[in-house]
Design a protein around this ligand. Sequence first.
Ligand code: URA
Length: 227
Amino acid sequence: MDRHAPYLREMGLTRWRFGARNTDTVSIHPDKEEICQDPGADGNLAKLASLAQEAERCERCELHRTRDKVVFGSGTPAVRWLFVGEAPGAEEDKQGLPFVGRAGALLGAMLTSIGLSRKDVYIANVLKCRPPNNRDPFGQEVRECSPFLHKQIDLVQPAVIVAMGRFAAQALLNSDQSLGQLRGSAHTFGEISVPLVVTYHPAYLLRSPAAKSKTWEDLLLAQSLLV
Ligand code: URA
């Protein structure tokens, strides 16, 4: 049996629905040799570590009063994919790592469905601290916290960004359009025009599994934007 089959099933997908396109998607990994030769990667790793320390001390908004741990992000600058979520949940707040709860397990399946694993991607959130009771982020919190995410993007220099959910999409694209309006086409982020694709948040997919196949199509779109 194909080793990806269990993960595609977890995503609610079957190969026959997508035919040959799927075969194309499972072989793409970051080019490790290219990464090793990147002289900037080590310097950016140190800068990311120092930015993470700055976030640990951050008291820009009220969320610092209720957080347990700051959830800065996970991964290294030597990757091509950046996945951005909304904000840490209870488990992430406890562990200090993004997407380690149920939504994180589904994100893992999403990655595997396109031949990636967590070590191939950088994962971050718009907010670095958990909103109490997982309420929606306030606009002011997004504005105060966004500079951290923007600096992370500068340092990771991803080849493609996947914005998961409405908050990540609107924050990164500086837009008030709905997720439905933003998904399904290629966008760009920032002055250096990093390709950006909008998709559903894994927590939404847990509630609405029928959207998993659309998410996979979004991931294929993101993959097609990699040069
Ligand atoms: N949801 C998010 O948006 N981010 C996490 O890290 C976990 C759940």
